[in-house]
Design a protein around this ligand. Structure first.
Ligand code: MLC
Ligand code: AMP
Length: 504
């Protein structure tokens, strides 16, 4: 028995003496060194008592070592559970507890708050920092540079990625070896990746986009990555002439367009820019083409489904659409109430089925049953329409979700915290147009009679519990929330009323 993902992504690096990762500020990591580090980590994890199938939760800065830890999880058959570095210890605690993680790896600078979380939840705790140092690196230092990968089947879990729900707490999306491998294979082929590519990698590696789309596709095809700790427009402008491809969220592209140095000449060597995780305005698509001559290739995916659709590499990349279902993916539009398939051209619920669709939510069979039909179709919560040429467009969301700079933010989570605060009768959290992040978070607060809670007080109260990017960027007070006859808050009216919160 083999280990399909490890065999396809990591094993080929063992004999690779060429650079795999180009680093910020110069220097590189060869494929051989990368694989050796991964193997040392895998031994160290085994030495800590981790068994195949155990969950390995990590909240660490992006670095070559962080990517090697992912590779180590693949080698050892541990289920990789990456967490946004912006999450507070309270948020991390939920993921560790819910997943029953055996080990939490965190930044040494946050050990004071994370180690007690791990201890309380009976998980071990180790550290790894953005420069690659930490207790886990020390543990691994004297381990062998080779490792016999643990056999895995195609249906074995490779990763769990948590995704918030519109009600209740986050759910762990279980992704199998074949979910990840087949999706990477399809994308590599559709987007024509080869070992000649140099991917400018500025996305975080704790989400689907940066880890499974960008890193997996590049590793699979034997290409190289300019591996940056985060997105800084000026740095990207400097490095683009060395790259052939880049993947980004729309905010990357709007920020690049704000830089006058970003032009046709600078992007001459590029063969591909892709965008996803949030809607790319047709206007941005056009501006980008005017400035560079490149047409951004937009695709659509989500944590539970990896990538589902893509505009064509050859053929028309149509602005405002997410293209066609990928090979091996079926996409249908249904009536959100009845589940009946709708005729072409009618907007409705996007449902997808195929190799890409996850295995269900970790230990939440009832949630899984609500969203994953017995016939294999996953109900995405996105409203879409298919045009006469087969292009899919996303025209709305049925789920109450804000997408800000490519991060998902669930209003319910914020409303529950705000409603608990003194002086707050009730709240509604909405997303309104934001020039940088696409959508920005606005909290509409109805105070208790005689009270007027200040934004500063509310912000201070929720800050310890909520990652910074989720915190409202604007608070407004109002007398009451608009409701329909069923008593449901009419957020569409609020979005209209406060639409100029960031643009006016
Ligand atoms: C940072 N901030 C954000 C934010 N990112 N606020 C809202 N939304 C965001 N996305 C906050 C910071 O905490 C800071 O707060 C302030 O905004 C300004 O920070 P910044 O320095 O300008 O932010 P920066 O570090 O540059 O980050 C912006 C970004 C980053 C766009 C580069 O958010 C990013 O890398 N986004 C990519 C997300 C991603 O990879 N999504 C993929 C999900 S997978 P203050 O107030 O303290 O100053 C998925 C499936 C699929 O969706 O289809 O791909
Ligand atoms: P996540 O759950 O973080 O993986 O986010 C997935 C969600 O991001 C999808 O359900 C969509 O709502 C949104 N999304 C991803 N790609 C696109 C895109 N190209 N256009 C519009 N929305 C997108």
């Amino acid at each position: 028995m083999t280990n399909p993902l490890y065999d396809a992504l990591i094993a080929p690096q063992i004999e690779n003496d060429a650079p795999l990762l180009y680093l910020q500020g110069g220097g590189d990591v060869t494929g051989r060194d990368f694989a050796a580090q991964a193997h040392r980590f895998a031994h160290a994890l085994k030495g800590l008592g981790l068994k195949p199938g155990d969950r390995l939760a990590v909240q660490i800065a992006k670095s070559p070592e962080a990517l090697a830890l992912y590779a180590a999880a693949l080698a050892g058959g541990f289920v990789f559970l990456p967490l946004n570095t912006a999450y507070t210890p309270d948020e991390v605690a939920y993921f560790v507890e819910n997943s029953g993680a055996a080990l939490l790896v965190g930044d040494p600078a946050r050990a004071d708050t994370l180690a007690p979380v791990a201890e309380r939840l009976k998980a071990q705790f180790q550290t790894l920092d953005g420069a690659g140092g930490g207790s886990l690196t020390d543990l691994a230092a004297n381990e062998p540079a080779s490792f016999d990968a643990t056999p895995r089947g195609r249906d074995d879990l490779a990763a769990i990625l948590y995704t918030s729900g519109t009600t209740g707490r986050s759910k762990g999306a279980m992704l199998s070896q074949s979910n990840l491998l087949e999706n990477a294979q399809v994308l590599a082929q559709e987007w024509r990746f080869t070992d000649q590519d140099v991917l400018l990698h500025a996305l975080p590696i704790f989400h689907t986009h940066g880890l499974f789309v960008a890193s997996n596709v590049s590793l699979l095809t034997g290409g190289r990555m300019i591996f940056l700790p985060g997105f800084k427009a000026a740095e990207v402008v400097e490095l683009l002439p060395r790259a052939t491809a880049m993947m980004g969220v729309p905010t990357f592209y709007t920020r690049l367009l704000d830089d006058p140095a970003f032009d046709r000449d600078l992007t001459r060597h590029m063969r591909l820019f892709t965008s996803g995780s949030a809607p790319l305005l047709a206007e941005t698509h056009r501006q980008f083409e005017d400035r560079t001559g490149h047409r951004i290739l937009e695709r659509y995916g989500m944590t539970e489904t990896n990538m589902s659709t893509s505009n064509p590499y050859e053929g028309e990349r149509r602005a405002g659409t997410v293209g066609f279902p990928l090979p091996g993916v079926e996409l249908r539009i249904t009536d959100p109430d009845t589940g009946e398939e709708l005729p072409q051209g009618t907007p409705g619920m996007i449902e997808v089925r195929g190799h890409n669709v996850f295995q269900g939510y970790w230990q939440m069979p009832e949630k899984t049953a609500e969203e994953l039909r017995e016939n294999g179709f996953f109900i995405t919560g996105d409203i879409g329409v298919i045009d006469a040429d087969g292009y899919v467009s996303i025209v709305g969301r049925q789920k109450d979700l804000i997408i800000s700079g490519g991060y998902n933010i669930y209003p319910k989570e914020i409303e529950l915290l705000l409603d608990e605060q003194p002086g707050v009768l009730e709240s509604a959290v909405i997303g309104t147009p934001h020039p940088d992040f696409g959508e920005g978070v606005v909290a509409v607060i109805v105070p208790e009679p005689g009270h007027a809670p200040t934004p500063e007080a509310l912000e201070a109260a929720i800050a310890p519990q909520l990652a910074r990017f989720k915190q409202p960027k604007r608070y407004v007070l109002t007398d009451s929330l608009p409701r329909n006859t069923m008593g449901k808050v009419q957020k569409n009216l609020l979005r209209e009323e406060y639409k100029n919160s960031f643009t006016g």
